[in-house]
Design a protein around this ligand. Structure first.
Ligand code: NDP
Length: 282
């Protein structure tokens, strides 16, 4: 009871002391969002558009990007540009950042959100897929962050990394995906400290998300899990407000924070829950 009480008090203290979200600060902000053709990335683009930002969106499918960009303009984006790119190609991450820097003359927010398709199931030895997924979900994030860092430094900008609860704790059936998210948490967690020590102007926000009701996620686990799915639009808003407030970590929904700490405090209970949260019939 005392432990639970201290978690609640700690959580409330953090909530009370954190800065408030200033929607005006996003008006005209220069934002690059990856993985923005569908899901959370698409919702991120729409929210930034409503706040009057200037947006570059990217993903592989040009036609879909074109439609999302059009909708962004209708929602109020000062500019909505798109560039098709495959983050599995060596040069595309740099190409995308350069495009945004050239068009906007700098960047205020780099929101790294894309993920490559992942099968859901027992890992059966496809090492090549893990290597490829690392490239798309991890190395391209590192490459883009480095390319944009000088500009973010000049603009007192923000780096937003969309990660997952599975980067904090491991779960069955998602080994390659989990490994890429753990790598992101490790790398950008270190970068956060280095930038703080250097008194850099750049903030780093790492986002830990639970199950979100995107088409891709629901098609994979919608019928298989007992964990409730939360709306992509709310997840996107949480990411944007966390980034704008320069919060180091955000958890959406808040239960993901409880899951993260319970892994260390109550490992057996957490492991039992993880192994029974998804229906599996051998
Ligand atoms: P989606 O699968 O809906 O979207 C993935 C996006 O990435 C699409 O825009 C896709 O567009 C793009 N993409 C896929 N492959 C590539 C590639 N090789 N190069 C460039 N872009 C690519 O994902 P979600 O919206 O569900 O997830 C978004 C983020 O949220 C991810 O980082 C994910 O890990 C995280 N998250 C999601 C959860 C969920 O339950 N949905 C839970 C926890 C975290 P295109 O096909 O056009 O390339």
């Amino acid at each position: 009871k005392i432990l639970l009480l201290s978690v609640c008090v700690g959580f409330l203290a953090v909530k009370w002391t954190e800065p408030t979200f200033d929607a005006e600060s996003l008006k005209g902000a220069r934002v690059l969002v990856t993985g923005a053709s569908t899901g959370i990335g698409e919702q991120l683009a729409y929210h930034y558009a409503r706040f009057g930002a200037q947006i570059v969106i990217t993903a592989r499918r040009e036609k879909v990007l074109q439609q999302v960009a059009e909708k962004c303009k209708n929602l109020g984006a000062q500019q909505a540009l798109y560039i098709a790119a495959d983050m599995g190609n060596d040069s595309d991450p740099d190409k995308v950042v350069d495009f945004a820097l050239e068009r906007f003359g700098g960047l205020d927010y780099l929101v790294l959100n894309h993920i490559g398709p992942v099968p859901f199931g027992m890992w059966e030895g496809d090492v090549e897929h893990v290597r490829w997924l690392m490239k798309v979900n991890f190395f391209s994030y590192v490459q883009m962050a480095w390319r944009a860092l000088d500009s973010l430094e000049q603009s007192r900008g923000s780096l937003i990394i969309v990660s997952s609860l599975l980067g904090k704790l491991s779960s069955p059936f998602m080994a390659p995906y989990s490994s890429t998210k753990s790598a992101l948490n490790g790398f950008f967690g270190s970068l956060f400290h280095e930038l703080s020590i250097k008194k850099s102007n750049v903030s780093v926000t790492i986002c830990t998300l639970g199950v979100i009701d995107t088409e891709t996620a629901m098609a994979k686990i919608g019928d298989l899990t007992i964990i409730p799915a939360y709306p992509a639009s709310d997840a996107a808003l949480s990411i944007i407000t966390g980034g704008a407030k320069r919060t180091a970590e955000i958890y959406y929904p808040w239960l993901t924070y409880i899951a993260t700490i319970s892994k260390d405090w109550f490992p057996s209970v957490t492991n039992f829950f993880i192994q029974h949260a998804i229906k599996y019939d051998p």
